[in-house]
Unconditional design. Structure first.
Length: 241
């Protein structure tokens, strides 16, 4: 039997990369899927690949807009069984090149918006329900130029424990997947030389694939993970060793 049969799910940033692949896997496992994306064009392109999904145009960094996302989910599903907080921005540059506008953009998209989406969805979650947070290996390593990105991911990963303690009495489990370099558009556009430099830092000797993260999210979203609470699953090819 499919592991997510009938589960009502929301994937933020579901139009490309890990989000798109996770939406595909959720559909294969029998879930009902809604995805968010920044534009109608990207959402329609995702639907062309995925088929029967609910599309919600939303900016993950716009905290006041998250109530509208929750309302769309309420109208579509009534209740929500699974949330995958995946939408995010990756901006890497040295300390001296950051300004307040760029700093706020990263924190708004990777932390503030998702936090207030969780708040707005509280009345919509079923009991039981599962939240999976897309973290990153970066808070675990000292990679140059990643100071702000790593800080945003450290903050969102922290919610796996703090909100687990707060929400488990409502039947809501919170866990995280933290990936190393995955072959998504973020990396596929790099030069061969740049990709080779990244691979040298990965003991497994290769980039990960979006499917390898999606499979982990399926597990954490499923009833198989009913005893998995407040965990962070590092899927990084050994990069954090």
């Amino acid at each position: 039997m499919p592991r997510l049969q009938g589960k009502r799910t929301l994937i933020t940033g579901g139009t490309s990369g890990i989000g798109l692949e996770t939406a595909r896997r959720f559909l294969e496992e029998g879930a009902r899927v809604a995805i968010t994306g920044l534009s109608k064009a990207s959402l329609n392109a995702a639907r062309a690949e995925l088929g029967d999904v609910i599309l919600i145009e939303a900016d993950a960094g716009d905290a006041p807009h998250q109530g509208k996302v929750a309302e769309e989910i309420r109208k579509a599903f009534g209740l929500l069984d699974v949330l995958f907080i995946n939408a995010g921005v990756v901006e890497l540059k040295p300390l001296g090149q950051w300004d307040a506008v760029a700093f706020d953009r990263s924190f708004n998209t990777n932390v503030k918006g998702p936090y207030f989406l969780l708040q707005e969805l509280l009345p919509v979650f079923a009991n039981p329900a599962s939240i999976v947070i897309n973290g990153s290996v970066n808070p675990h390593i000292g990679m140059p130029t990643s100071s702000v990105y790593a800080a945003t991911k450290a903050a969102i990963i922290s919610l796996t424990k703090t909100l687990s303690g707060e929400l488990i009495s409502q039947g809501i489990r919170v866990n995280a997947v933290s990936a190393g370099p995955i072959m998504t558009p973020v990396h596929s556009g790099r030069s061969e030389e740049a990709r080779a430099g990244i691979i040298k830092q990965i003991p497994a000797g290769r980039f990960g694939q979006p499917s390898e993260i999606a499979n982990a999210v399926v597990f954490l979203a499923s009833d198989e993970a009913a005893f998995t609470i407040g965990a962070e699953l590092l899927i990084d090819g050994g990069m954090s060793l």
